[in-house]
Design a protein around this ligand. Structure first.
Ligand code: TYD
Length: 206
């Protein structure tokens, strides 16, 4: 099973990824966690270029191609081999981040971005994707607690950018069956419970 987590910055994905990993492991499964962008040597190098605040001159097209390049390496080097050897793979962000951030957020033609993602990920299409939804005001509230110097190049983006990204995720929820929207304002425990319920539902359908 291949599960991905999506959402705006500070939505709490990473905590949920860890909780879900523990849940599966308690049930005897072998779980691998992937971090996007990054996860393997080449992709980590691309990550540094992408998130470095000094690279302010980066064009949106370059950004999209770098995210996609990082991903195509990660898919072939790690995700597919992990899945083939029977692991559950959980990724903290995946190709939908490029559709939401670079497509809807930056305004690059979404049909093209979607096609490019198909090329980058090949057969590694997630079985389930959890979109942890929080309103923009909540992003700003959580962001204000982090010192500005700790924010990466994309996290320093303006509010209307986040509105567009959120709209992109909502579009995916409506158009992709594997997408499940979760209320990110609930408590950590409630969110985890909702996620487990959805996984059980999915397993029941198989
Ligand atoms: P990440 O380190 O996962 O940050 P967070 O912990 O906040 O999720 O991702 C860094 C930033 O990169 C984040 O603002 C989202 C952005 N991003 C894209 O714009 N496109 C992508 O394809 C991916 C994977 C991330």
């Amino acid at each position: 099973m291949f599960i991905t987590f999506e959402g705006l910055d500070f939505c709490g994905k990473s905590t949920q990824v860890e909780l879900l990993k523990n849940y599966f492991e308690k049930n005897g499964a072998s779980v691998k966690i992937i971090r996007e962008p990054g996860g393997v040597k080449i992709s980590e190098k691309i990550r540094d270029v992408l998130l470095d605040n000094k690279n302010a001159e980066m064009f949106d097209e370059t950004e999209l191609l770098l995210f996609s390049a990082s991903r195509s390496q990660l898919v072939r080097e790690k995700i597919i081999p992990f899945l083939n050897s029977g692991n559950i793979v959980i990724s903290d962000r995946f190709h939908d981040s490029s559709i939401a951030y670079q497509g809807f957020g930056r305004g690059i033609n979404t049909d093209f971005v979607i096609q490019l993602q198909k090329f980058a990920i090949g057969d590694a299409v997630p079985d389930l994707t959890f979109f942890i939804d929080i309103p923009i005001e909540e992003v700003l509230k959580r962001k204000s607690k982090v010192s500005v110097s700790a924010l990466d190049r994309i996290e320093v983006s303006k509010n209307d950018f986040y509105e567009k990204v959120r709209h992109g995720y909502k579009y995916l929820v409506e158009n992709e069956e594997r997408f499940i929207q979760i209320n990110g304002l609930s408590t950590i425990e409630e969110i985890h419970k909702n996620i487990i319920e959805e996984i059980k539902k999915y397993e029941g359908k198989k």
